[in-house]
Design a protein around this ligand. Structure first.
Ligand code: NAD
Length: 478
């Protein structure tokens, strides 16, 4: 049972030029039934077979590079990052293959209390993993959990965002060209209702998106006693200590705040600067921000693509208006511009107070609020004064000093003397703090091992106990 067509807006033209037909509950149930059946062979064929199949997938992606990239460009309105999304899939597959090989060792031993009982711990993959992804990096965030889950031996069903669904069609073609992969990997179209139905159909759900939706997904999964891994929003602080290199900090923070037009979970959304450096930092940041250009009308020129999602453009415009109305000073940018699609220049803002929405809510746009602090204690308190705890950046004279300060910040990843390094690094495990997420890190070895249940095999190498040994009359005195 499929639902009514969903219209899709082009982020560069602002026009509706695509549609998808959402999968209904019955479609999802049928697809999941099929995937579960085929998962058994996928699991038993072994890791070497899965590695070969995923390598074939990487090679086929390279062959279809143009088609997938073109679709992603239409989905997101930006070119360079779309090419990067496609080109980083093969290295990602190789990275997970290495981790999967390292995770093959069988662990076991013997009981310390009763040494004649030995044990061996085996890893059993979950049968079916669901992936629900957002619109900011449509391909990357659809495959980031799917690849390790497949290598682990699970079958996977992916539902991309209804805001950016175009890349799914060429990706399905690539998958179809590798029958062994097509048996265990399906992509369905749809919106929130489809996502909801998917949560009910899988054993594990990997969700990337907003806190509001993540909360619903987590609650729904819990009712089914299924596992949820939630990768949610952020309001990342950058803290510039009084002995930091201002030029380096301004360059890194500008990039870390506005790359992909700020549509990145780990983008810097609050900038705290030691009072001593404040004027110098602000001057440098504003000068650098003024040099940033938009990739319109020519997609081959300019630093920033459009705001992909209409709803997000409203949030950005509302946050700027709210800050302005409450007395903030806008140094650059300051409005969402209509060029068919919607764009926003880097917007450096000062004169902020806690009552302003921009200080509390995620912006997910190129907004850079800059706030001075007078002591390190005050900087820690302000940085931690947030419902979010995804990541943070600290700038100081030395890496050691920045790391020591970073240990006071409530966030899963701390970039030292640079900004938003989580977007460049997949090996470092990190768990979200507060509302930014739940469940084991998607990065590093745990991003693979979380797709297994542990199953222990215990052997008694001696005579079995008898029930008489538990007769009360044989109990020792106490
Ligand atoms: P969203 O929560 O609106 O939607 C995400 C996905 O959930 C979409 O595919 C949507 O169709 C689906 N969905 C909606 N309602 C659902 C429901 N009830 N049940 C199941 N699925 C449902 O988020 P978005 O606007 O697409 O993405 C932006 C958000 O994603 C931001 O908050 C951003 O910070 C976050 N994000 C987090 C990370 C991370 O790794 N922590 C990475 C990228 C984006």
């Amino acid at each position: 049972m499929t639902g009514q067509k969903i219209q899709v807006r082009n982020p560069r033209s602002g026009l509706i030029d695509y549609s998808i037909t959402p999968a209904g509950r019955a479609d999802i149930a049928a697809a999941c039934h099929d995937l579960r059946n085929k998962q058994k062979a996928w699991h038993h064929q072994g890791l070497d077979h899965r590695i070969a199949t995923l390598r074939a997938f990487g090679a086929a992606m390279k062959q279809q590079r143009r088609q997938i990239t073109d679709s992603l460009i239409n989905d997101t309105g930006r070119r360079g990052i779309s090419i990067m999304e496609v080109d980083t899939i093969t290295p990602a597959i190789e990275r997970w293959i290495k981790i999967a090989g390292d995770g093959e060792q069988v662990t076991g031993g013997r009981s310390t209390a009763l040494p004649f009982i030995t044990y061996q711990i085996d890893k059993r993959p979950y049968e079916l993993v669901g992936v629900i992804s957002p619109w900011n990096f449509p391909l990357t965030l659809s495959l980031i959990d799917a690849i390790p889950a497949l290598l682990a031996g699970a079958a996977v069903i992916i539902k991309p965002s209804e805001v950016t669904p175009r890349f799914a069609a060429p990706l399905r073609e690539v998958i179809a060209s590798i029958p062994d992969l097509a048996a265990v990997l399906t992509i369905i179209d749809g919106d929130g209702a489809t996502g909801q139905a998917l949560v009910d159909a899988v054993d594990v759900i990997c969700f990337t998106g907003s806190v509001a939706t993540g909360r619903k997904v987590g609650e729904q999964a819990m009712k089914n006693f299924s596992v949820s891994f939630l990768e949610l929003g952020g309001k990342d602080p950058a803290i510039i200590l009084e002995n930091a290199n201002v030029e380096r900090a301004a360059t890194a923070i500008l990039r870390g705040s506005i790359i992909n037009s700020g549509q990145a979970c780990q983008s810097i959304e609050r900038i705290y600067v030691a009072r001593k450096l404040y004027d110098d930092f602000l001057e440098k940041l504003v000068a650098k921000a003024k040099k940033v250009t938009l990739n319109t009308p020519d997609i081959r020129q300019g630093h920033l693509g459009p705001i992909i999602c209409l709803k997000q453009a409203d949030i950005i415009a509302r946050q700027i208006a709210d800050a302005r109305a409450k007395g903030a000073v806008i140094h650059t940018g300051g409005k969402v511009e209509n060029h068919g699609g919607l764009w926003c220049y880097p917007t450096v803002i000062t004169g902020l107070t806690d009552e302003m929405n921009i200080m509390q809510e995620e912006s997910f746009g190129p907004l850079l609020p800059v706030i001075p602090f007078d002591s390190r204690e005050e900087a820690v308190a302000m940085a931690n004064d947030s419902d979010f705890g995804l990541s943070a950046s600290v700038f100081a004279a030395t890496a050691e000093e920045a790391a020591a300060f970073g240990a006071h910040i409530e966030a899963g990843a701390i970039s030292i003397n640079d900004a938003a390094l989580t977007s460049l690094m997949y090996e470092a495990e990190k768990d979200s703090f507060k509302l930014s997420g739940m469940g084991t890190s998607r990065m590093g070895p745990s991003g693979y091992l979380r797709f297994f249940r542990k199953q222990s095999f215990m052997t008694n190498t001696a005579e079995v106990f008898t029930i008489d040994q538990f007769d009360e009359k044989n109990a020792p005195d106490f």
